[in-house]
Design a protein around this ligand. Structure first.
Ligand SMILES: Nc1nc2c(ncn2[C@@H]2O[C@H](COP(=O)(O)OP(=O)(O)OP(=O)(O)O)[C@@H](O)[C@H]2O)c(=O)[nH]1
Length: 148
């Protein structure tokens, strides 16, 4: 069981599958994750949204889910997980990356302050550091999904 929950330690670079293709912003929305708070060893879980601006190559979309698993399936804090995902995307030479994470932390819900507050973290790099691009990408992420 623990090898599955903490399987992220065994992962290598997950972004090796790429296609020569250009595109405006690409978003992997609502990637479900389950992680473990390194302070209390209790779960925190929620959704990750990753947006990036390709630089002549796009990533296999499932590999972005695998990237989230790489950093969630380990002892973590949410801020570091958010930054690590952005760092690995950025290291591939994208023009920009935005990572948003929303999560519930059982260490806060079921003990201690016993509050259902949710935590949101974000990292913006490259082109998404500008106010205009940041607002545009957040709006795209927030837009409700149409039925497909
Ligand atoms: N960017 C993009 N990726 C796609 C699209 N359709 C399929 N893919 C991805 O293409 C990649 C192909 O990678 P492979 O490693 O050859 O396929 P696989 O072994 O089935 O990979 P997994 O789905 O990760 O198990 C996968 O990441 C797919 O999710 C698409 O329309 N756009």
């Amino acid at each position: 069981m623990y090898s599955e929950i903490f399987g992220g330690y065994d992962s290598n670079s997950e972004l090796s599958v790429q296609f020569s293709e250009d595109s405006d912003t690409v978003i992997a929305k609502g990637i479900q994750f389950y992680s473990m708070c390194e302070h209390h060893m209790l779960p925190f879980f929620g959704k990750v949204h990753i947006a990036y601006s390709p630089n002549g190559r796009v990533f296999g979309i499932s590999k972005m889910v695998r990237l989230v698993e790489k950093y969630s399936k380990r002892l973590q804090i949410q801020e570091r997980m958010t930054r690590s995902i952005a760092n690995e995307m950025q290291a591939q030479g994208v023009r920009g990356v935005a990572v948003l994470v929303e999560a519930e932390h059982l260490c806060m819900k079921m003990r201690g302050v016993r509050n259902d507050a949710r935590m949101a973290t974000s990292v913006f790099r490259g082109i998404y550091e500008s106010r205009e691009e940041k607002e545009a990408v957040v709006a795209m992420i927030r837009r409700p999904a149409e039925d497909i």
